[in-house]
Design a protein around this ligand. Structure first.
Ligand SMILES: Nc1ncnc2c1ncn2[C@@H]1O[C@H](COP(=O)(O)OP(=O)(O)OP(=O)(O)O)[C@@H](O)[C@H]1O
Length: 266
């Protein structure tokens, strides 16, 4: 569904992303982990076209062939099916929860130029927005203003907005950051749910969550991939333990989803 080959980004003399090859299958949930400064955010920025790579390629699977999106700007990568939910919430706080999703659905549909027009004329987008809100567990908050939501609910709404773009690939950038312990369970359930019909690439520091939701884990260290395997294999990998996990042993994610990193966050 998504693949990179030799993807590299240098900032002056610093190689932030170093020849990364990643393959993400449809319906797969893959986590990208690594210590602070490992290159995860830069890698996401290269995928969405926010940054231009120094070398390498990014390709997305189209109808029947790979589409090269290496030098494609963010609004175009979204149009071809790659959506990102942000670490910093990116919502219209004065609009209702429903309106935030309706606007995103409409922007992705055929009425993109009329996003702010008479909402009554766009029943189909409202219906679509309500179905997505139901899916992410925010149906009861549809009439609330986005700004009044708890931090955890805002993260759910961010994912709803990304889903409204009808993506094939969803990039989730620390959806658990700053989320209270009661909401972490909802975020985990949501990630597992969206991964049933989207390819998901997740950046997350909470290792219990990563180990719970991931089909596969890619570990970056100093910009390079040092492991790419199933969770159990990554957890027992000596190099990964030294670079990042630092003696991580699985906690009980059901009882302690506090948002703290269970392993060593370098
Ligand atoms: N615009 C920039 N100019 C120069 N250096 C940068 C720039 N953006 C990132 N870097 C450097 O690139 C490296 C990778 O940073 P990046 O933010 O991608 O890491 P990260 O794995 O996302 O870290 P974190 O877990 O802290 O978010 C770091 O050394 C960082 O200082």
């Amino acid at each position: 569904m998504l693949r990179t080959r030799g993807l590299t980004k240098q900032f002056g003399g610093l190689t932030a992303v170093d020849g990364v090859d990643i393959d993400l299958a449809a319906d797969e949930c893959c986590s990208l982990i690594g210590p602070n400064g490992a290159g995860k955010t830069t890698f996401f920025d290269l995928l969405t076209g926010k940054l231009t790579p120094t070398a390498g390629t990014v390709e997305l699977w189209g109808e029947d062939d790979w589409i090269d999106i290496t030098h494609t700007p963010p609004h175009r990568t979204a149009e071809v099916g790659l959506h990102r939910s942000y670490q910093i919430t990116n919502l219209f706080n004065k609009n209702t929860v429903r309106e935030n999703v309706r606007i995103a659905a409409q922007a992705a549909g055929d009425d993109a130029m009329n996003c702010w027009h008479n909402t009554g004329a766009f029943e189909e987008y409202i219906t679509e927005a309500e179905a997505i809100l139901d899916r992410v567990g925010l149906a009861e908050d549809a009439d609330e203003s986005a700004g009044s939501l708890s931090h955890g609910a805002k993260r759910q709404l961010e994912i709803a907005v990304a889903l409204a773009g009808d993506p094939d690939v969803l990039l989730l950038d620390e959806p658990n950051a700053g989320v209270s312990s009661e909401s972490v369970e909802d975020i985990v359930a949501l990630i597992e749910d969206v991964a049933t019909d989207h390819a998901v690439l997740l950046v997350e520091h909470n290792m219990d969550i990563v180990m719970t939701v991931s089909d596969r884990i890619v570990v970056l260290n100093q910009g390079a991939v040092i492991a790419d395997d199933e969770p159990a294999a990554v957890r027992s990998d000596e190099t990964v333990q030294q670079a990042y996990l630092g003696g991580y042993e699985r906690g009980d994610v059901d009882d302690d989803r506090t948002g703290e990193t269970a392993g060593g966050r370098a």
